[in-house]
Design a protein around this ligand. Structure first.
Ligand SMILES: CC(C)(COP(=O)(O)OP(=O)(O)OC[C@H]1O[C@@H](n2cnc3c(N)ncnc32)[C@H](O)[C@@H]1OP(=O)(O)O)[C@@H](O)C(=O)NCCC(=O)NCCS
Length: 194
């Protein structure tokens, strides 16, 4: 299925476990201020393990102005006009890895434990399936991202590798990186004409 068709299901409304309503939709260019406010509300200990300096205005600008859905599909959740979660499906630039998607999810601390992380995980899995990806991956820091390891496990991901001492945590200790994967059924992987 092509990306435009896949994205047609958004925006969609979802009800969390505490009955609060959220809207899940792709990130938009004019989300700059709200996206930055969201990352400022994410505790520093969580931000440390994210890939970018996510509160820097120039990084936010890259996210909102450099949207290339063929590479990264960013879905946010919104509540009362505020962004309360950011999640992304990253597709590899490498042709030989075009069947792989990597997931990243961050939820506002005030909205955790209400099913939003699981819902976004399921949305990204459905996106991956529609885009005919074959394998989805989470890379998570052992001990420091336990909630995410739990969320991924609940969604059907399995630990496929542990990379020893791959991450220096905030306290200067070495932590293992846990690779968690979900295999998706799909059609044959297409042959690419040279
Ligand atoms: C991981 C994260 C996205 C989960 O979001 P969430 O909205 O709280 O998730 P849910 O409410 O859907 O909970 C998912 C599961 O995790 C469990 N869970 C939530 N917080 C937990 C915690 N601190 N410890 C153990 N389990 C936890 C929930 O009970 C639920 O399991 P269940 O279905 O068996 O009840 C959120 O904790 C977060 O943003 N963490 C910081 C960022 C991060 O580590 N991201 C991963 C890197 S990509």
């Amino acid at each position: 299925m092509n990306l435009d068709t896949v994205l047609r299901r958004f925006p969609l409304r979802a009800t969390l476990n505490d009955e609060s309503m959220v809207v899940i939709r792709p990130l938009a260019t004019d989300d700059k201020a709200e996206l930055r406010n969201f990352f400022l509300r994410v505790p520093e200990e969580d931000r440390y393990y994210l890939n970018n300096n996510v509160t820097a205005p120039e990084v936010i600008r890259e996210f909102t102005d450099g949207i290339n859905m063929e590479r990264v599909v960013p879905l946010v959740a919104e509540h009362d006009g505020r962004i309360i979660a950011d999640s992304t499906l990253h597709r590899s630039r490498r042709t030989g890895r075009r069947h792989i998607g990597e997931l990243r999810i961050v939820v506002d601390p005030d909205f955790r434990g209400k099913g939003l992380g699981s819902r976004l995980t399921h949305e990204l899995i459905e996106l991956g399936r529609s885009l005919e990806l074959r394998r989805l991956v989470f890379e998570l820091v052992n001990l420091r991202e336990q909630s995410a390891i739990h969320t991924a496990t609940q969604a059907g991901f399995e630990e496929t590798a542990v990379l020893k001492d791959r991450v220096v945590d905030r306290f200067g200790s070495l932590q293992d990186l846990v690779i968690m994967e979900l295999s998706l059924d799909g059609p044959e992987i297409g042959h690419l004409e040279g």
